[in-house]
Design a protein around this ligand. Structure first.
Ligand SMILES: [Fe+2]
Length: 287
């Protein structure tokens, strides 16, 4: 394994003109808890961390994914590697670090133009989150990002950082940074941005309870319920404000045999995305 050590995903920051609607959805549908809110910013938590989703009011939408890197030395290893490769980057100001409740961070774009922040020491609260809607969320777990060329972009994540390919589902590259099957899913599309935001829930009962809850309140179900053959996770994808897609899943596979694991190429048909036969209906690429 080489590259600067990314420990886990830390947060997403969404700049949106649908600020109030986004917070309402996060609290009353998704099942997150507000850590802090003023008229322009809201920090929400889904586990024992201070913030895993931040919504900011803004006319020009912006989507940023934050990852926790393993301390200041690893951040400097990453910075050097990015600079060597000619990737422009910027250090966060003291004020920006305070706002994010992190020690330090750099921001840069991945080769497909996705905005990334690598942070050190994001704040943990020491207590689990306490939502007003109990969706059974245990952890903010991964994101899907659009990629102009997943096979090429995976090398960026696997050389500058410690990404490893766990599997491919069609053209989608599923990358891990720890033992969890994937923390980042690179999904082909000729644009940048977030494809989906995943929260782990405790059990299949939570997935199915939410399925009926969401259907009843008229939330658009995008894909599922189903089970991914790659990670074994039971999943449900649904749509929130700004057409952002959120996912609940449970039972994601851990890869403990780091040396022995070889990535597998799963089917390019629908069956590569769902063992049970749920149809992605355009949410995932056909080929
Ligand atoms: Fe996912």
């Amino acid at each position: 394994m080489s590259g600067a050590l990314v420990k886990d995903i830390a947060y997403v920051r969404i700049v949106t003109s649908n600020f109030v609607e986004s917070i309402d959805f996060a609290v009353n549908v998704l099942g997150l808890e507000i850590s802090f809110k003023d008229k322009n910013k809201a920090y929400l938590r889904s586990d024992n961390r201070y913030c895993t989703i931040c919504y900011e009011y803004g006319v020009n939408s912006e989507q940023v994914v934050g990852f926790e890197i393993d301390g200041p030395n690893e951040l400097r290893v990453a910075t050097n590697a990015l600079e060597e490769r000619g990737v422009p980057l910027r250090w966060g100001t003291r004020e920006e670090c305070a706002e994010r409740h992190v020690e330090e961070f750099i921001s840069f774009s991945d080769p497909s133009g996705n905005m990334i922040e690598m942070v050190t020491y994001p704040e943990y609260t020491g207590r689990r989150h306490y939502p007003s809607r109990d969706a059974g969320i245990t952890k903010f777990s991964h994101v899907g990002l659009f990629s102009k060329d997943p096979r090429s972009d995976q090398d960026f994540w696997c050389s500058i950082f410690n990404g490893r390919v766990s599997d491919w589902a069609g053209q989608i590259a599923l990358l891990r940074f720890n033992e969890v099957h994937h923390t980042l899913a690179l999904t082909p599309r000729e644009e940048s941005g977030i494809h989906h935001i995943n929260f782990q829930v405790e059990s299949i009962d939570d997935v199915m309870r939410s399925y009926y809850f969401l259907r009843e309140r008229g939330t658009k179900i995008i894909f599922g319920p189903g089970r991914h053959p790659t990670s074994s996770a039971v999943f449900l994808y649904f749509q929130g404000p700004d057409n952002l897609v959120y996912e609940y899943s449970c039972g994601v596979r851990s890869i403990l045999d780091e040396e022995g694991h070889r990535p597998r190429q799963f089917s390019r048909s629908n069956w590569g995305a769902c063992l049970w036969g749920a149809r992605p209906n355009g949410f995932l690429p056909d080929g």
